[in-house]
Design a protein around this ligand. Structure first.
Ligand SMILES: [Zn+2]
Length: 255
């Protein structure tokens, strides 16, 4: 192969990796004359595989290992690197519609030291009831905007056929010409993304940067069965999963 062909190959490799959200770390090549892209190693970083803490946004997070795992050097390495953390052998669970569901966190944040990624289970101790958030959400309203650009509001309400999506633009009051009906599968996907991938049940409720006036305000209002609600809002400050959150609604409105 000619050198220029190798560069073409390098270029194609990087483009393919980027398309799959994989970044190739070339830092080992730095300062090396022989550091042509094809004869030194890359460190492959899969951004998708790096799970972000819903509280502080750090991707330096460890996976909980429960029970008594057999000790190995590989395991010790992962523990030392902060990739794994031992959770002990006591595994608590809750009965959700007759099925026992583990309620332990599955990850630990090495930065803010908090646990996260537990199953989205709402336990009402008074009634001794455990419910999965994904079963009890009835409506999701996301709004975002500012003084100058106006406000966009997307409301997705569960109905018999799946859910109906309503888009409103303020202050102009322009409503999308038709409410859009989505399927059960689509509704389930949205709710699963919110609770299973974005860990909404573990978010703090308010994000405010007091140093900025005006700017962007946003709100996320979740309605649950039995008139229960969950409000999340922010002013010029955003949750770690902000871009992932907007992505859910971008399908229905320009955000
Ligand atoms: Zn954290």
């Amino acid at each position: 192969m000619e050198t220029f062909e190798l560069f073409d190959l390098h270029d194609a490799l990087f483009r393919a990796a980027k398309a799959n959200k994989i970044s190739l770390d070339m830092s080992e090549h730095e300062g090396k004359v022989e550091g042509l892209p094809f004869n030194l190693t890359f460190v492959v970083k899969n951004k998708k595989a790096q799970i972000k803490c819903p509280r502080c946004g750090s991707t330096d997070t460890a996976r909980y290992i429960y029970g008594y795992p057999a000790f190995s050097e590989e395991m010790q390495k992962k523990l030392d690197e902060g990739k794994w953390i031992l959770g002990g052998c006591c595994i608590s669970s809750a009965d959700v519609k007759g099925v026992p569901v583990q309620t332990m966190p599955s990850r630990h944040c090495n930065k803010c030291k908090k646990d996260f990624a537990s199953a989205p289970i709402l336990i009402t101790s008074k009634k001794d009831l455990a419910e999965d958030y994904r079963d009890i959400v009835t409506s999701i309203k996301f709004s975002v905007g500012g003084f100058f650009e106006g406000n966009t509001e997307v409301t997705i309400s569960k109905n018999d056929e799946g859910a109906v999506v309503k888009v409103m633009q303020f202050p102009y009051g322009i409503e999308a010409p038709n409410d859009r009906q989505i399927t059960h599968a689509k509704w389930n996907k949205i709710v699963n993304t919110l609770y299973g991938q974005l860990y909404l049940h573990e978010w703090k409720k308010e994000f405010v940067d007091p140093c900025v006036l005006d700017g962007t305000q946003w709100g996320l209002d979740i309605k649950l069965t039995n008139r229960r609600v969950r409000h999340y809002c922010g002013s010029n400050d955003y949750p770690p999963y902000w871009s992932e959150l907007k992505k859910i609604f971008r399908e229905f409105a320009k955000l």
